[in-house]
Ligand binder design. Structure first.
Ligand code: 5GP
Ligand code: MN
Length: 339
């Protein structure tokens, strides 16, 4: 952010304001961690601040400090609309385009509140007065740490803020192993531990609280794993019936696609998950190296994200979606054999 912008933001946030913080639809660890981290910070300045998420998030995030105070737009629409209509400032975190908030898009577009974007996704839209966008950042949580630093307030980071930011950095970096993890990320993580983030407890709460059904569903996903060696590609499918038979809960399939990417020689991995309620196939794409799943998803599956991690959707049925996916691969044969 420019010096001038930082000093205007300091002035703006110096007196209590009505503030709403919004993550993307189907919020993940980084979306919930960054919004909660920022919330705890803003509350220190007596702002009238709250988080409104487009919809619910996985159970494994439901221990973060103050998470119970998050409003969900899909089930608390009226209350949310009224808060948004009164807001003076809206922070949008961990997404690059208002349509990433689903049903909330209309009211956010209509709102006259001053908007501030903090995000690390590619090709950010230009809807915010203040845009802090950096695609090289590991996570929005790392950016919220920087944002607090820009405001000269790192000393104000307490154990609650540290816990939330640690969680999002950890989940978005695959526990500090993706390329986006820099030495600065580790320095920030070290500082967050110093400030009270209980790292072992956080890892345990996120990764070691599986239900029996979730592990059985993973077994099912792995038995559906297919390899396309010619394209160094692997993919997994999960039908609605399969999800139902293991009592699928939101978040249960988080990370499954990484098993496909962990295969030797595989540089492109996908998981296709049937969602009969929305009548779509939800797609997660992952890659290693230069192959951009952001571009791939934008072009073929109405989605986007980052170079090595993106999401998208298909309106075809599951088998037609797979057919489409396989039919596209030949045009990427060179790129997929270049790593
Ligand atoms: P995931 O596959 O874990 O849902 O998402 C991977 C990355 O892509 C995340 O950064 C997420 O925010 C982004 N993403 C997921 N689904 C979509 C989508 O439908 N559209 C766009 N633009 N980004 C998505
Ligand atoms: Mn993120």
């Amino acid at each position: 952010m420019k010096k001038q912008e930082i000093s205007s933001l300091k002035t703006l946030l110096n007196s209590p304001k009505k503030i709403v913080i919004v993550p993307h639809k189907n919020p993940d660890g980084d979306a919930i961690g960054s919004t909660l981290g920022l919330l705890h910070y803003l509350l220190k300045y007596n702002h009238d601040a709250c988080i409104i998420a487009p919809n619910d998030y996985p159970e494994f995030l439901k221990w973060l400090p103050n998470e119970h105070a998050i409003l969900k737009y899909d089930t608390q629409t009226e209350a949310s609309n009224s808060i948004i209509n009164q807001a003076e400032i809206i922070f949008t975190l961990d997404f690059n385009a208002l349509n990433r908030t689903g049903e909330m898009e209309a009211i956010l577009k209509q709102s006259k509140a001053l908007k501030i974007m903090i995000d690390h996704h590619q090709q950010p839209d230009d809807y915010a007065l203040y845009t802090y966008s950096d695609v090289n950042m590991s996570s929005t949580c790392e950016m919220v740490y920087n944002f607090i630093d820009f405001l000269d307030d790192v000393a104000k980071i307490d154990a609650n803020i540290a816990t939330c930011l640690y969680t999002g950095i950890m989940t978005d970096t695959g526990s500090f192993r993706f390329k986006s993890t820099t030495s600065t990320t580790h320095l920030i993580i070290a500082d967050l531990i110093t400030k009270g983030a209980q790292n072992a407890q956080i890892h345990n709460a996120i990764y070691d609280t599986n239900s029996f059904n979730r592990l059985q569903l993973l077994g099912c996903a792995l038995s559906n794993l297919k390899m396309l060696p010619e394209y160094n590609t692997a993919y997994i499918t999960l039908s609605q019936n399969e999800l139902n038979s293991f009592d699928y809960k939101k978040g249960d399939t988080e990370g499954f696609v990484n098993y496909a990417l962990s295969l030797k020689h595989i540089i492109f991995a996908a998981i296709f998950i049937e969602d009969q309620q929305q009548n779509i196939i939800k797609i997660s794409l992952r890659s290693k190296g230069e192959f951009s799943v952001n571009e791939f998803s934008r072009l073929h599956f109405s989605g986007g994200g980052h170079t090595n991690a993106a999401g998208g959707k298909s309106d075809l049925n599951l088998s037609e979606t797979i057919e489409k996916f396989i039919s596209i691969l030949p045009s990427y044969k060179t790129a997929l054999n270049n790593e």
